[in-house]
Design a protein around this ligand. Structure first.
Ligand code: ATP
Ligand code: MG
Length: 325
């Protein structure tokens, strides 16, 4: 695995302004690098900012702070047709394939859009779209059909094909399998992994399903309430999670017998992101929090070669007042 960065997020924050003028900082000071050829899993509970981060990373949502670079080019929110050639190589597969495909237009017309904008001749665009549909396991006759003629799994394959039309180098796949039934989930996840390898791409795979992330990703990044709280090679995260939140998430993965999820063994729900708790955002739910956790904000730091954002793992430990959790 190369350690050559292809997509770099530096201190990235994203703030939404709601209609009632309240503000939500959905992503707060995230540093993250995707390397060439890598599959990076991004996990965390609903509402922690995964989709927001994905949209900002491809430049379809403005950031409120920080900088994103793709192959050295600054990623900025621009009208699609104004995006530089370079940024077309950075594509997002949206969380919801139902709303991201247009029910009133034939699949073929939706697939060729990007290519036509890019100056490709129409026959050539149709031929390459047909080829892509075949590559994702659909027939070329799908070009003349409409979204409602396909199952959920097939629509997700179409969304993948559409993201691939411009031969991206990086794809950000936002929960690409969560709306599918179990057998389609495995097929679509495997298809993505195959395509990433075959086409020499890199991928951020966003999911709340840690068991899939474990199977397919080289590294795993964990978010909590807008912040990155741990990142490591997937095996390390799995074998020895460092952050108390990551530990709770891993305990909550589906049981091996497949009979549902174990509950997340944490008190309370994810707090309102408009009013994040003081100090460490996780402290009200943390089983090992100490008094200092409610007043001092931890930073991502590396101790014993492992990155996490926990006072007990880093700051307090270095100061000699805590043992590693
Ligand atoms: N358009 C928006 N306007 C205002 N707030 C928003 C908007 N989109 C998302 N949010 C808020 O930003 C926070 C992060 O949302 P986001 O959709 O990024 O989370 P997520 O991790 O992708 O969740 P899920 O797992 O449910 O997809 C949430 O508190 C959400 O309510
Ligand atoms: Mg989401």
């Amino acid at each position: 695995m190369s350690e050559q960065p292809i997509l770099n997020l530096e201190d990235v924050s994203v703030t939404y302004k709601r209609a009632d003028r309240s503000k939500v900082t959905a992503v707060s000071g995230v540093n993250l690098t995707l390397n060439k050829g890598e599959i990076l899993g991004l996990v965390g509970e609903s509402g922690c900012g995964k989709s927001t981060l994905g949209k900002a990373a491809v430049g379809i949502l403005p950031t409120s702070g920080g900088e994103i670079t793709f192959n050295g080019t600054k990623v900025e929110p621009l009208n699609r047709s104004m995006r530089s050639r370079e940024l077309l190589k950075l594509q997002l597969i949206f969380q919801d394939p139902y709303s991201s495909l247009n029910p009133r237009r034939k699949i073929g017309d939706q697939l060729i859009d990007g290519l036509l904008n890019y100056g490709v001749d129409e026959d050539e665009a149709r031929e390459s779209s047909a080829h892509l549909l075949e590559r994702v396991g659909l027939s070329r006759s799908s070009l003349t059909k409409y979204t409602h003629q396909f199952s959920g799994g097939q629509r997700q394959r179409i969304a993948i094909a559409r993201a691939l039309t411009l031969q991206p180098e990086v794809i950000i796949a936002d929960e690409p399998i969560s709306a599918l039934d179990a057998s389609a989930q495995a097929q679509v996840a495997n298809l993505l992994v195959e395509l990433v390898g075959e086409l020499g791409m890199s991928m951020i795979f966003i999911s709340h399903d840690l068991s899939v992330v474990r199977q397919i990703s080289d590294r795993t990044a964990v978010m909590y309430l807008g912040k990155l709280i741990e990142i490591a090679p997937t095996r390390e995260i799995w074998d020895s999670p460092r952050h108390p939140y990551t530990k709770a998430l891993i305990q909550a993965i589906p049981k091996p017998d497949g009979k549902g999820f174990l509950p997340l063994e944490l008190p309370g729900d994810v707090p309102d992101p408009r009013l994040p708790p003081s100090g460490c955002r996780f402290h009200p739910r943390c089983p090992v929090a100490v008094a200092e956790c409610s007043v001092r904000e931890p930073q991502m730091a590396q101790t014993d070669g492992r990155w996490s954002s926990c006072l007990l793992n880093n700051e307090l430990r270095i100061e000699g007042s805590a043992h590693v959790v």
